[in-house]
Design a protein around this ligand. Structure first.
Ligand SMILES: Nc1ncnc2c1ncn2[C@@H]1O[C@H](COP(=O)(O)OP(=O)(O)OP(=O)(O)O)[C@@H](O)[C@H]1O
Ligand SMILES: [Mg+2]
Length: 265
């Protein structure tokens, strides 16, 4: 069309000229020009579209689980190893804990939307990370959430590298602040001598930032009690972690040594 103004006038439905146009006749002609499809063809097109949509969702879930797998390593593979179904029960306490984890998962949409996290404490090898990964995995599969796992030893060295500027620190913490679900593993690794003031500050900013944005954080740690956790992490951190979330004490023999306690290792 040479004159854009005229073009617009010609198609405006508010002009007297437009009122004379028989739109229903135009529509009828347009429809007649369209290729005719049988109900079977239309159903096949719809099925193909739905299949492609499912494929896209599947691919996205695999991508997100692969990111989590890269973080946690093969031993806690969220595709097949660290799931609620592969968690073996060899102590009655585990039964109770597993039930609470399953309840959280049954209501995972509400829990994730509310920013409800989990705080798992207990001795080494009791499957704390296994359960945390199992929860994160379900959030990815059921909600399409993104999930990351961070062991605090890595965080400490990342922060050491970025200590020079707050911009660099933001870059380091950014992905962990933004991910929908974050697992923080062993905030104070045993024998590490604790966190420096700077590292403790950064950890608090991470946990606080996520809590403010209603993003669940799951923490696994080698504490004997919540009191000990409060003493080391500070009550502000433990308070935020406990807000609406799961508190689980994994107080049973290590999976690695379960043979000593009648297991099948
Ligand atoms: N009840 C269980 N059933 C099946 N596998 C388990 C169980 N408990 C632990 N595991 C496996 O044992 C290994 C160690 O578990 P995990 O890393 O979760 O322990 P943790 O409590 O986080 O230990 P740590 O305090 O030493 O970090 C993982 O491969 C995990 O899958
Ligand atoms: Mg662990």
């Amino acid at each position: 069309m040479e004159n854009g103004k005229e073009g617009r006038q010609a198609t405006s439905v508010n002009t007297p000229e437009a009122e004379k146009v028989d739109f229903s006749e135009l529509m009828r002609r347009k429809l007649a020009e369209m290729p005719r499809r049988s109900p079977e063809e239309l159903a096949a097109i719809e099925a193909k579209r739905a299949e492609k949509e499912k494929d896209d969702i599947r691919r996205e879930i695999v991508r997100k689980l692969s990111i989590l797998k890269k973080d946690v390593g093969a031993r806690l593979d969220p595709f097949k190893r660290a799931t609620v179904d592969t968690f073996e029960v060899y102590d009655p306490e585990q039964e109770k804990t597993l039930r609470r984890v399953r309840e959280y998962i049954d209501d995972i949409e509400t829990n994730v939307a509310a920013g409800n996290g989990a705080f798992l404490i207990g001795p080494p090898g009791t499957g704390k990370d296994h359960l945390a990964v199992a929860i994160a995995r379900e959030a990815v599969i059921r909600l399409g959430a993104s999930a990351r796992w961070l062991d605090v030893a890595t965080l400490r060295s990342d922060l050491r590298d970025s200590i020079k500027s707050s911009k660099a620190e933001k870059r380091t913490l950014g992905p962990y602040l933004k991910t929908d679900v974050l697992i923080l593993s062993d905030p104070i690794p045993p024998g590490s001598g604790g966190l420096s003031d700077f590292q403790a500050d950064a950890l608090f900013r991470l946990i606080d930032g996520r809590w403010r944005e209603l993003r669940p954080t799951l923490i696994t740690a080698n504490f004997r009690s919540e009191e000990e956790a409060e003493g080391v992490l500070g009550s502000q951190v433990v308070d935020r972690l406990s807000h609406g979330g799961l508190r689980l004490r994994c107080q049973w023999a290590s999976f690695r040594r379960r043979g000593d306690h009648g297991g099948d290792s």
